[in-house]
Design a protein around this ligand. Sequence first.
Ligand code: SF4
Ligand code: SF4
Ligand code: FES
Length: 332
Amino acid sequence: MEVLFKVIRQQQNSSPVVQTYLLEAEPGNTILDCLNRIKWEQDGTLAFRKNCRNTICGSCGMRINGRSALACKENIGSELARLQQISSPKTQSNTIPEITVAPLGNMPVIKDLVVDMSSFWNNLEAVAPYVSTAARQVPEREFLQTPLERSLLDQTGNCIMCGACYSECNAREVNSDFVGPHALAKAYRMVADSRDRETENRLENYNEGTKGVWGCTRCFYCDSVCPMEVAPLEQITKIKQEILDRKQASDGRSIRHRKVLIDLVKEGGWIDERQFGLQVVGNYFRDLKGLLSLAPLGLRMLVRGKFPLSFEPSQGTQQVRSLIESIQKIES
Ligand code: SF4
Ligand code: SF4
Ligand code: FES
């Protein structure tokens, strides 16, 4: 079958251009196979990264039809089937199928599909992704782990540092302090490692401002694109839980946000937004600056008749409460 490849090409500091290549391909050919053939048979100037060709090295991350993925994992057949699923019947036609390939997002382009991953590696470094040296004072011969302790590292250990999650991360796009999903997945791997002795310091570090776990907007993109099922958002949530277990609501706005939310939902079945603002931003009337920052919004809502003067608990409060209590019981 004929497939039209649209490759978004770019030189450093210049605007991207779309270049098309027509290729005879089989449904089982991977996107990387096709790019190799384009490079070898049609255009030797096309730049992209590759190495293992087998979903191991993480080199060939790129955006394929709009989502970040590994070029050696996706193939023509699966891509076209995916496109068919997401496009409306009106846009499906009998013309030559097209596959668009672009560089990863959130990182500057060096050339064509090759991006500068410096920020990706620097952010990984920022979470101290090594088992603490204190734990390396070898007791006898080696540090033993039970199979259960080791199994806690399996999922995050599968990360091949491909950058797909980082490329799609909404938080990273707007907040250059945020270290990104790959780094926080690795951070959880360190927290979960029975040999590491730095858990408390690590949790303090990952709790700081919006560079760590509280910078995540929970958009779920990292989980949905990760080719290795590392589920970074899931790991971020586990770190948050470790932090919440150790902290009080007064220890910071992010902590308060989570604790107050649960308390209010438990109390009334849904959130009383008035209480929420006062308790989270106003820190239970202790934070005058925070309270004053709410005043303009509160006044505007009052003027427009949108400020709720009373709060009605939801009809399902009892059920919601017992659900939360059951989960809290399991967690404790
Ligand atoms: S869930 Fe969080 S870490 Fe993952 S992509 Fe979204 S904002 Fe980034
Ligand atoms: S978490 Fe998944 S998507 Fe992110 S770098 Fe690791 S393997 Fe790639
Ligand atoms: S070439 Fe190694 S993961 Fe694709």
